[in-house]
Each structure stands twice: as structure tokens, then as C-alpha cells.
Ligand binder design. Sequence first.
Ligand code: SF4
Length: 451
Amino acid sequence: MSAKRIMQQEAPRNGSYHLALSSDIGHAVTCGLKFKLPRIMGAIPEGNGSFIPGFIAHNVLESATETLGQLWRSSSMPNTQEIMDAWTPYMQQVFADVREKQQGDPERNIERHISQAQTRLQGIAGVLHDKMSQDPAPNRIVSEITITNPVTRHEGRIDAIFEYPEFAETVEWKTYADGGVSAYDRNQTISNGMLVNYRYGRAEDDFTGNILTVITPTKAHNPRATTLALDAIKEAQTYMLQVLNGERLRAKLPHRFVCESCSYQSACRFYMGDRVDSDLKRTLWRRRFRVLKKRERTHVNKFLAQRLSQEQLTELRLAESGYRIEEPIPALSSTNRMHTLTLVKQNNYQNADLLYTGDSVRIIALEPGIPLLACVSCLGSIRESNECRTTTAVYSGNPNQLRGFQILLLRTEVDLTRRELEGLDFVHRNPGRVQNIAYGLLGEDLYEFAT
Ligand code: SF4
């Protein structure tokens, strides 16, 4: 069958390729608008200052989680301070980045945020010390793994999976939570747990052998994937996919007290009573759905990767396989904060040279028995390629986890639509200056607004 025919059959242009993200599902379960405002309207959250220490601490854990396996297996159980010592190089790196980005913005009290982040990490190290004292060491710890399930059209990034011989533990760091976990934290964790079930070959709602754990600076929590919670998550997922497809559905709204801590209050007030001229409103919504269509097309290769064989993916110039990582993996570059990863072509490399310099790729470790898009992977772009090697710049994911596996490079599309939606939200909420702003920021034809 020709490549064109395969494409028409497996990814018809009128098919639907939107994905529901676990982080959005967490919101949509309690409030449909809280999903729509950022993802459809393009609203930016406000007043997030209190989350900054949590973000900083989370950034440290993204890379420091790889130290846990070794610490857990060490002969003497590490105490809290020893865990913190192992994390020190990661903290120094992240804190230096934060300070550099903050330069020129003296308003932000970054040293206070860094000190709060350190306190939170200390708390998490304490909780981990207790956990390590009670639980056996996992066989393997996988961190920062993106899992896409094209069958249920669901995607999420899981903070860590602790793999044991008979079961797995889905772990989420909630670095901003001081006391208990919120409904959002619970739903997002269950949602990510569903992706972990898919990774190990079970139905998404089959939690046999999957323990859910949320680790905060004060405690480890184990949310339960009850039938009620799973039904609410599936309902939210269906709602999100329908909305992304352009269906007009009434959003489920929460109890008023939930709104008090919401970061979208002013956007919410505006869109609830939107009085913008109806022609202009129609134009803006039309444009929004054009942007969402663009986002949808960035997911098509993921659906093809699930539906086609590796040979067909090669034939369609979507993937190259037969690589291994060249050791040692160089340290993170201090200038662009990226890893440079060299992939060596193996004997079974399909000598097709399908990918070009600049192509964005998902660098996938082919883990035996795991669905392709649930395997450990990184995101990067191709720097150069010659007969023996391909060099990539990795901008997301932990390349150390790719070691020892056959590597497949899957061509991906970069999703740049968030900024476009943010621009549309800005235009929508500033109707007085809307034409000039649209002309200047979006390149929108003035004529389109005027007619
Ligand atoms: S303010 Fe309330 S209704 Fe509006 S998005 Fe936030 S939680 Fe939902």
C-alpha cells in the first residue's frame, strides 16, 4: 500500500486527534470552565506568587529523583540530611537558573522563594526517609515520564514510577501542598495512575498492582481510585474532548467556595458575562478553533505511532530506529540548559536518513513489552546527522533513563498554539483597542474584524 494510502486510512483528515491531559482533567472534574479558560480561551492564571517556591522545588525534584534508587539501596539508610546532600548539586543548578532569570526584576523576592523551596524539599526528604525506612527498594525508578494513550486519547507526565517485581507505585510530588491534598491533586494523580496502568498492559481503570502515592512536604498520601472518582474522571475527559472538537456544552461549575482560591477569577467573570460585539466575538471564536485544529494536528503522529508498525512508520518518514545512546552522556550545558545526546547507529539501523537537522523528535527507549508511547522518552531536536551518528539536543526528559535500550526517533510537531490563544484572550478582553492589538500582535487582517 502506498504511503499516501496508509495515511488516508490510518489518519483521515476528518478524524479527531485531540488529547485530554491529566493536568487538565484534574481541573475539569471540579470545574469545566477551569479547563476551558486556559486551554480554549487562552486565559493566563493570575496571582500565582504563592506557587513559586513549589515550582522551584518541583524543578529540583525533576532531576534529583534519579538519585533515589541509589540512596534507597545504600547499605545504611540515608537520613533526611543525607538525602538533601545528594540533591545539593541539583538545587544549586536550579537556584542559579532562577536567580539568573530574575535578574532585572528586583520586585520579586527570589531569595525568600528559594529559601521556602529549600524548606519544602527538606520536608519531602524527611517523608522519603520515612518511606525508605519502611518500604523495600524498588527494582527501578522511572522519573518524568510522558505517557500517551492514543486509544483513550489521554496524555500525562508522571513525576515518578517506582517499579517492583509484582507491582508499580505511581508517585506525584506536590511541593506546594502544606497540609492535605486537594481534589485537583487527587484527580490528577488517579488520572496519571490510569496512564501507568496502560503502560503495564492493563485497562486504564484496572488498578490491580498500582499504588497511588502523593508526597507533600509533610506526609505521603495514598488516594484511592474509587468507582466514583474514575467515573468523574472519564466524564470530565469526554467533556474535554467534545469541547476541543468544537461542541458547545455547558460547563459543570463548582461550589462557590472553590472559586475563592481560583486563579482565573477575573477571566471567569469576563467570559460569564461576555458583552463583546457579537460579530467580533464570532470572529474570535472562529480563530480560536482554527488554532485548536492546529494543535490537534500536532498529535497525529502519536496516533500513527500507535496504529502502524515500525516498518510503516519508516516508510512514512515518521520514525527511524536502530540507535543506541553513546556513553558517557555529557553533563547539562550551562549555557542553554540542554543535554546533547549522541545516538550511534547500530547494525540493524534502517539506512534511510529520514530525519533532518532541526526536526523535533521524541527519543524513545524501546522497553520490551511496553506500548511505544508509554516507554521512557525525551523530547529534543536533531542537531546533525552523519553516517554513524545523530546528535540531538534534549530539552525535556531525563536522558540517563534511555541508557541500555534500543532507541527509536519519532518525528513530532512542536505545539506553539498556547501563545496564539493567549493573544486572542487578550484581544477578547480588551475590546476598546481590539483592532489595533489584533493587527499588531496576531497579524489578523483588519478587514476580517471590520466585516
Ligand atoms: S472562578 Fe469558579 S467557576 Fe470560575 S473558573 Fe474558577 S473555579 Fe471555575
